[in-house]
Design a protein around this ligand. Structure first.
Ligand code: ADP
Length: 236
């Protein structure tokens, strides 16, 4: 379980998070939604310890994350923008990440197969298309089989077949009882894979509940319209 208590984060005068409280129970798949620049990545990076909040606490299984970095071993993370070294080959990158992660067992071959990446293993990352780089990013995110998975814009650049593969992988993780936090602008994807959504607006959590709750609250049958309704209300 991840507990976020009263997180505030400013970048100089830009107050991005203004008191975020959130509980992410084990085994839930939660979508982090909100307009561009609303603080989704800042919140995700706060959980990972990559951004230090100005105020507030984050607990992973009741332990304050400030107490040590080891908790990160329980988390697999897909960054929104993966700045891979251009001169490295795909197989070299995978090996490097395995070396850095130390003793953890990786099942990279399963994901290399699923995303049909074999023809690219010997290619330099700088020569890959955006979509292929994203597939490599996804292999790195899933291969350690950790109990918590945080995916920042996982659908970015993926073709329809890879999108289906990704959906199946996420559904499989859910069956395994993993906890997932996913940011995405693709509402059909969110609806297919997430149980709950939270919507960040003006630095706070504006909505937190199931997709059915959101549809009820906004009186909209369709998820995309329900989100649009939420945005319109937030702007009013
Ligand atoms: P989202 O993921 O919702 O698009 P972000 O969390 O990336 O939003 O950004 C929220 C705000 O914080 C934006 O205004 C962004 O410019 C600012 N921001 C994010 N990271 C930094 C940083 N390292 N330094 C300064 N400003 C930042």
């Amino acid at each position: 379980m991840i507990e976020i208590k009263n997180i505030h984060k400013s970048f100089s005068k830009n107050e991005v998070l203004k008191g975020v409280d959130l509980v992410i129970p084990e085994g839930n798949a939660i979508a982090v939604l909100g307009p561009n620049g609303s603080g989704k990545t800042t919140l995700i990076k706060s959980i990972l310890g990559m951004v230090l909040p100005n105020q507030g606490e984050i607990f992973l299984n009741t332990r304050n994350i400030k107490k040590g970095w080891e908790y990160r071993k329980q988390i697999d993370y897909l960054p929104q923008i993966a700045n891979f070294p251009n001169n490295l080959k795909v197989f070299e990158l995978i090996k490097m990440i395995k070396d850095i992660r130390g003793g953890d067992i990786a099942n990279e071959n399963k994901y290399i197969d699923l995303f049909s990446l074999h023809p690219f293993l010997n290619k330099k990352l700088g020569n890959l298309s955006g979509g292929t780089k994203q597939k490599v990013n996804l292999v790195l995110a899933f291969m350690f089989d950790s109990p918590i998975i945080i995916l920042d814009e996982p659908t970015s650049g993926l073709d329809p077949v890879s999108l289906l593969v990704l959906k199946d992988i996420i559904l499989e993780q859910k069956v395994k009882g993993k906890t997932l936090l996913i940011s995405s602008h693709i509402m059909s994807f969110v609806e297919a894979v997430c149980d709950k959504v939270m919507f960040i607006w003006e630095g706070k959590i504006y909505f937190n509940g199931t997709i059915a709750d959101l549809k009820n609250e906004t009186n909209e049958d369709d998820f995309e319209h329900a989100i649009a309704h939420l945005l319109k209300n937030a702007h009013a």
